[in-house]
Design a protein around this ligand. Structure first.
Ligand SMILES: NC(=O)c1ccc[n+]([C@@H]2O[C@H](COP(=O)([O-])OP(=O)(O)OC[C@H]3O[C@@H](n4cnc5c(N)ncnc54)[C@H](OP(=O)(O)O)[C@@H]3O)[C@@H](O)[C@H]2O)c1
Length: 396
């Protein structure tokens, strides 16, 4: 990211990033750091399964949360930052190992990645990083694209049973494990009935390769159909102070069915961590260049949300990132945000969000203030939005 009000070091970083993005090496290994490319072709051993009841959804231990029957830390760690999704710089393995060790030592037991992050690179990074404490943590990863397991070259959406199986075999190797704690379908494949996807995952569960499963950004009816075949553990959708649509549809459904919820981009791509301001200009290839809410025209108005969160930070002696994460945690005891960071200081800051509470009255007051602020720009870029909320075709 190029921040025009920041120092030359920042600009130096973005220069090397551009070089990185344009290098032929990237094409050679099929890195998917181009923000459009991920969406463009949209064509410990907690083995218990089964539905859970409402009381199981309660948060019994403040240091643990439950997604369905899967127990995890209240905050997870997202992998996009270390794989260079925003900066274009894949973190060196030494630093990744250090960051994940630090996360683990500070209580994080839930690590989120995906086959398409890199592609293939992020799972390798995390496989090595968590190997020393693998049995004590939960790894979540995602399939859903046609990715060449050798080259990382990526095609479009593909949740055909054969492709899922191929993906899982590769994941197990890259993650240096013989089981995946939580396997998500990254996006609904409009050509494959969800019953076929669920059936394939069910077979993988019988083989002990997958322990729990979930969906990311599915249509509501697809959730019901998937859950009827094999109970879902978590839905992973975008949710943060400027993307609150889960509150009216997906969250009530998760509550009804006993499914956990994992907000992605809980910090609004860094926006609610005070990492973006009106002088910020993103470098070419940074995902945020295509986000309608972070265009130079829209940032100033949207900063009103950050300023509002900062006011709450003064009341609660917390940073805006901490307030944002604490606000998400306060929504439901079965919500587990997965902020992404490549930075130890940010990691430690974010984890302290679990120490901040919101009373019911404070939540109401917070929401009232938030609802008065106009948010400008669509939730996400068009190709990303097109793949959200899709209903899988009916099985014939
Ligand atoms: N299912 C899906 O379709 C989907 C889509 C997107 C993401 N995800 C998952 O969700 C995770 C979270 O989303 P995300 O990482 O894209 O976005 P995010 O968590 O909203 O924000 C990450 C950005 O915020 C910065 N940041 C984090 N903590 C900070 C702090 N305390 N102070 C200043 N800056 C801070 C990070 O930079 P630094 O590295 O400098 O800290 C990074 O640029 C991902 O990592 C990924 O695992 C899933």
């Amino acid at each position: 990211m190029e921040n025009r009000d920041s120092n030359s070091f920042q600009n130096g970083k973005s220069f090397s990033r551009r070089k990185f993005l344009s290098s032929s090496t990237i094409a050679g290994v099929g890195l998917s750091l181009n923000p459009f490319s991920m969406w463009a072709n949209t064509k410990g051993n907690d083995t218990s399964q089964g539905k859970i009841n409402k009381s199981q959804q309660q948060n019994i231990n403040p240091d643990k949360r439950r997604l369905g029957n899967l127990e995890v830390s209240p905050l997870g760690l997202g992998a996009l930052s270390v794989v260079g999704f925003y900066t274009g710089r894949v973190r060196d393995q030494y630093k990744v190992n250090k960051l994940y060790r630090e996360a683990y030592d500070n209580g994080v037991t839930f690590f989120d990645t995906a086959e398409v992050y890199g592609p293939l690179i992020s799972e390798r990074q995390i496989g090595e990083a968590v190997e020393p404490f693998r049995k004590d943590v939960k790894i979540a990863t995602k399939f859903g694209f046609d990715i060449n397991p050798e080259t990382g070259e990526r095609g479009g959406l593909d949740s055909n049973p054969k492709t899922i199986r191929r993906a899982v075999e590769g994941m197990l190797k890259r993650l240096r494990t013989d089981y995946i704690d939580l396997l998500y379908q990254h996006r609904v494949d409009p050509n494959v009935p969800i019953e076929d996807v669920a059936g394939t995952v069910q077979d993988l569960m019988k083989e002990g390769k997958v322990l729990h499963w979930g969906l990311s950004e599915p249509g509501l009816n697809t959730i019901r159909r998937a859950h009827a075949v094999e109970p879902l553990t978590a839905i992973q959708n975008e949710y943060s102070p400027w993307t609150r649509n889960p509150e009216s549809d997906v969250l009530p459904l998760c509550e009804e069915l006993g499914i956990g919820f994992v907000p992605w981009c809980p910090l609004g791509y860094g926006f609610f961590a005070d990492a973006i301001n009106e002088n910020t200009r993103f470098s070419e290839g940074d995902f945020r260049t295509i986000l309608p809410r972070t265009t130079p025209e829209n940032i100033p108005q949207n900063l009103q949300i950050l300023y509002y969160i900062e006011e709450w930070g003064l009341r609660k002696n917390a940073t805006p990132a901490q307030i944002t994460l604490a606000w998400l945690l306060a929504q439901k005891p079965w919500i587990v945000p997965i902020p992404g960071t490549s930075n130890s200081v940010h990691l430690r800051e974010n984890l302290r969000a679990n120490e901040i509470s919101f009373s019911k009255e404070e939540l109401k007051e917070f929401d009232l203030g938030l609802s008065k602020i106009e948010i400008v720009g669509a939730q996400n870029a068009e190709p990303v939005m097109a793949a959200m909320g899709v209903e899988a075709p009916i099985k014939k």
